[in-house]
Design a protein around this ligand. Structure first.
Ligand SMILES: [Mg+2]
Length: 233
């Protein structure tokens, strides 16, 4: 039986599901460090930046910080020389970094062909936490700018709030129970989707045995793929 049997629509997450965000971020931070602090150990810098991103982006998703504030908080914690810097200086530093990540934007292997094949058969949308301009630019870079985009800056609430999934399903004109959410994040793409009544496919690029911290009772509503092309079989 196919993973999308009896599905009327598919929603994809964007970052680290369609766009290889982590690879671009790591490449960006390494290139940026070579410019601003060549003495800093690249592996340590990458690890620290990942931690800061996870922490502060979560705070943004929970409404604790604005999108700009979470960026500034990351720069302040990452660059001791900019700890006391004015917002404008922090914003400029972040822009310098982001130029390098954007130069490295590329699709996750199999993402584009999977989306294109599915979109010829049924409604396909992208449900993502982030500002609509940035997320739309990512989709255009992937050659997927024509897909329906539901970015949290334009939704009643970000994932994992049930209103995010409900708004996307309403816009697509499909029932949540007949919609499958595909994404890499257990909280935003699996747990939240299930609460909203959707089915979910967890995209886990590293093949795991029994995943740690499985947040929901595995059921027929959740499947796991390690390659998006499995959705086509
Ligand atoms: Mg993601």
């Amino acid at each position: 039986m196919g993973l999308l049997d009896r599905a009327d629509a598919v929603l994809f997450d964007l970052d680290d599901t369609l766009l290889d965000y982590s690879a671009a971020r790591d490449a960006g931070i390494i290139t940026w460090m070579q410019e601003v602090d060549a003495a800093r150990h690249a592996t340590d810098a990458v690890r620290r930046w990942r931690e800061l991103e996870e922490h502060h982006f979560r705070r943004y998703s929970q409404g604790e910080l604005t999108f700009e504030e979470q960026r500034r908080a990351r720069i302040r914690a990452f660059r001791p020389d900019l700890r006391e810097a004015a917002d404008a200086v922090l914003d400029r530093a972040f822009s310098d970094y982001i130029v390098h990540t954007q130069a490295a934007w590329a699709p996750v292997p199999g993402a584009v062909e999977t989306v294109r094949t599915l979109a010829a058969r049924l409604p396909v949308g992208v449900l993502t936490n982030g500002p609509v301009e940035l997320q739309a630019r990512k989709l255009r870079t992937l050659g997927l700018g024509d897909l329906a985009l539901f970015a949290s800056s334009e939704l009643p609430a970000p994932k994992p709030d049930v209103r995010a999934y409900e708004a996307a399903c309403t816009e697509l004109g499909v029932a949540p129970a007949r919609t499958v959410m595909v994404g890499d994040d257990l909280t935003n793409d699996v747990e939240g989707a299930l609460y909203a009544g959707l089915r979910s496919v967890w995209f886990c690029r590293v093949a795991l045995g029994e995943p740690d911290g499985w947040p929901v009772t595995p059921s027929s509503a959740v499947s796991v793929v390690t390659d998006l092309r499995e959705l086509l079989s």
